[in-house]
Design a protein around this ligand. Sequence first.
Ligand code: HPA
Length: 250
Amino acid sequence: MSAELAIIGGTGLTSMEGLAIVRREMIKTPYGSPSGPMIFGELDGHAVTFLARHGHKHSIPPHRINYRANIWALHSVGIRRVVAVGAVGGIAPECTTGAIVVPNQIIDYSHSREGTFFDGKPHDVHHIDFSFPYDEQLRAALLAAGKVANIDTLDGGVYGVTQGPRLETAAEIRRMSADGCTIVGMTAMPEASLARELDISYASCAVVVNPAAGVGNKSIDPAQLQAAIPTGMEKARTLIAAALPSLAAS
Ligand code: HPA
């Protein structure tokens, strides 16, 4: 595999265990600073670049992430494939705490985020095709790795992206469920569409850390949510490590 692969780590994945770090570099972009330095390294003999979406101290909330700088910086160092890891709430019955979902669709409810590189001069007006937001080859690589590593993964799901940082109301989740969302998180957009704008293949490993608001007529228990993060992220890490050889070939 070439150095073209990057992992964007979310909540609970601010570093990539096992990554032998070769170099760190803070990249300047026309859009400002990314969330942190690009970490260049090797994982099981494969070149991988890592970026912590919320910063290394997890200090940048979802609505304040400079998504444009992150994606621009990754592209500028030659990244052409991204596997994005993120914590989500489960809406559909099969999306229980601990499940790993490899979504295939997105509904974007976020707002007020800088969401495009094509915002007038010096770029032309440009409308990307975003019918299928996730890259099928990367998705297939993750799903196949799940089988090899014996990690249950859910093939497909609709990721509803909310603005945050607050969690949703039960009525919002009911509406999202009626819309077809199966999971809810705060970071897939505009990350996924910015990647598409720069021709970066993008897939997501969504780790369910709580039942979404009102599911089972219950509130979200923040302590239970926090407790589910380390185990869920460990699973995601194992899955990605197992997927590395096939991510190389995709
Ligand atoms: N909603 C939105 N984002 C989240 C959730 C949730 O329930 N859990 C983890 N990230």
